[in-house]
Design a protein around this ligand. Structure first.
Ligand code: XMP
Ligand code: MG
Length: 177
C-alpha cells in the first residue's frame, strides 16, 4: 500500500494547532469585516484550497468567494518570481472588500504580483490572509494582515501544500523528507 506519510520527516504544525488557529483567524476576520457591504474571499489555487475551505466555515458574516489560479515558473521547490495568471476572477472586484487567501508567503513575489494586478481593478480594500509565512526568505515587501504561523526555512507539505503536485491531502503541515 502506498503511504503518503512516508515523505514526512517531521510534523511542524499539528491538526489541532491548525484547527485552533483557523478558528481564531475566522473570528478576527468576521469582526474586522462585519460592517462590509461586499466582502469577498479569494482563494489562490491550488495551495490555498484546504485553508480556504476550513477558514470559510469559521466566518460568521455574509461572504462571497472567488478563485484565482497562478503559477510561477522555475524549479519545483523555489519561486522564480515570474507569475502567470492561469485562471482569473469571474466577477468584478470594484468597490469590494477583497481578502486573498494563500497557503504560504515565501519570497513574497507571487503575492506582490497578484496584489499589484488586482489593485488596478479598484477594490474598496485588499488584504492578505496566509496560513504560513517564511519571513527569512522574503525578497519583496508584502503586507500580511492575517497569518497563521511563521515557519523556518524548510520545505513544507500538507494542508494544501504540495511537492510535485502531491501531499496536499495531509491533514497537518510537515517537513518534506
Ligand atoms: P513566493 O516565493 O512567491 O511563493 O512567496 C509562494 C508560493 O511558493 C510555493 N511555496 C511552497 N510550496 N512548500 C510548498 O509546498 C513550501 O515550503 C513552499 N514555499 C513556497 C507555494 O506555492 C506558494 O504559494
Ligand atoms: Mg501557492
Amino acid at each position: 500500500m502506498k503511504d503518503i506519510t512516508m515523505k514526512v520527516k517531521e510534523i511542524l504544525i499539528t491538526e489541532e494547532q491548525i484547527r485552533q488557529k483557523v478558528k481564531e483567524l475566522g473570528q478576527k476576520i468576521s469582526e474586522d469585516y462585519k460592517d462590509s457591504d461586499d466582502f469577498l474571499m479569494v482563494c489562490i489555487l491550488k495551495g490555498g484550497v484546504v485553508f480556504m475551505a476550513d477558514l470559510l466555515r469559521q466566518i460568521t458574516i455574509p461572504v462571497k468567494i472567488e478563485f484565482m489560479a497562478v503559477s510561477s515558473y522555475g524549479n519545483s521547490t523555489s519561486s522564480s518570481g515570474i507569475v502567470r495568471i492561469l485562471k482569473d476572477l469571474d466577477t468584478s472586484i470594484e468597490g469590494k472588500d477583497v481578502l486573498l487567501v494563500e497557503d504560504i508567503v515565501d519570497t513574497g513575489l507571487t503575492l506582490k504580483y497578484i496584489t499589484e494586478y488586482l489593485k488596478g481593478r479598484r477594490p474598496r480594500s485588499l488584504r492578505i490572509c496566509t496560513m504560513l509565512d517564511k519571513p527569512s526568505r522574503r525578497k519583496v515587501d508584502v503586507e500580511i494582515h492575517y497569518k497563521g504561523f511563521e515557519i523556518p526555512d524548510k520545505f513544507v507539505i500538507g494542508y494544501g501544500l504540495d511537492y510535485a503536485g502531491l501531499y496536499r491531502n495531509l491533514p497537518y503541515i510537515g517537513v518534506l523528507e
